[in-house]
Design a protein around this ligand. Sequence first.
Ligand SMILES: Nc1nc2c(ncn2[C@@H]2O[C@H](COP(=O)(O)OP(=O)(O)OP(=O)(O)O)[C@@H](O)[C@H]2O)c(=O)[nH]1
Ligand SMILES: [Mg+2]
Length: 391
Amino acid sequence: MVTNLPAEAKAKWAEVVAARSIPEKIRLMREFLSLVPKHKGTSKLVANVRRRIAELERELERSKACRRSGGGAGFAIPKEGAGQIVILGPPNVGKSSLLAAVTNAKPEISPLPFTTQRPTPGMLQYEDIQFQLVEAPAIVEGAAEGRMGGTQILNLARNADGLIIMVDLSDDPVGQFTMVSSELDKAGILIEEPEGEVEIIRRSYGVGIQIVGGGTLIDCTYEDVKNLLASYKITSALIKISGKISLDEIEDSLFSNNVYKPTIVIANKADSPNAEANLKLLRNELRGRRISLLAASCLNNVGLGELCKYIFQMLKIIRVYTKEPSSKEPSDKPLVVKEGTTVIEVAKKLHSEIYKGFKYARIWGPSAKYPGEKVGPNHILMDGDIVEIHY
Ligand SMILES: Nc1nc2c(ncn2[C@@H]2O[C@H](COP(=O)(O)OP(=O)(O)OP(=O)(O)O)[C@@H](O)[C@H]2O)c(=O)[nH]1
Ligand SMILES: [Mg+2]
């Protein structure tokens, strides 16, 4: 619970948001903290802001170091295909071996730890689409405080569409999983889907306060949200909510930059002697948590057959095939969109003319009651649908 911050503190936070440079943001955040009364209700907020100050300080340090060394190539990998999945794990667990087993990449594989020094991408084919896997350099305890390139590795994870956490069944998979998930947690990256999510997208022009995204407010009205945001001088923003959201959670989201990344755990080296007993321990650890687990041997290419399907499901995407009314066949390349996408949203992606002039669509496939069903703009599509838009 964050409520009842003094007006001064709220006004200071508005200055933080408006600040243009990192040093200025850090200075204003510190001033903000000095204005926040310290008690139980504000402890989470204080921790969040301290973490963001630490992150900004590291970013500043890094950009200075980069300038000193005359630039230096960036760590980010441009996204390709239907989703980017970052492979994280301690040294030597077999991350490169996975990349080599399932993608077109040819990374160096070696029994020495820290072999992979830079993020390494590869494309994984799934039926008629591809996923991009990116092997991150090994992550170690203390990564969230910047150890061994931790900040960059965690940024890679923050920008991904999903994660694979890899652990080694010949070693201590539970300890390895706990280490990686705790570093992610400290960096504000959640690997389990929260009950509800809030994202506040500020707009400089006057859209007012709009609540979108299909979630429900459980203990407040639209007016309450508007008044809360006004007390932080936010009068124009899109508030995206999913699931059940309270007013406190909306206030919390002003100060935290938590993100949720769907995650698969791959327990590798299933061929090793003590793998079975270790797998049992890992299963126990993950019991009741919404994280999928695959046991595999990348060395022998065993247990990876279902990986694509797991990735496809965790990304919550579908494929739709568009078709011109005049042609017999749909496009062979699908349009990859989020689950729950409607016909009119597809029209919008195709062309502004198709969107503006939309009359109706005909559907073949899983979401059609019968082949060629005529539907309106709000019809929800399913994976494998063929869509013919009339405009
Ligand atoms: N027994 C067994 N060994 C494996 C398996 N997968 C990988 N290895 C071995 O484990 C060692 C490390 O493999 P890599 O794929 O280089 O591991 P990595 O996680 O990419 O390592 P870093 O990039 O150094 O962090 C190599 O000697 C591999 O041959 C497996 O399924 N079973
Ligand atoms: Mg490697």
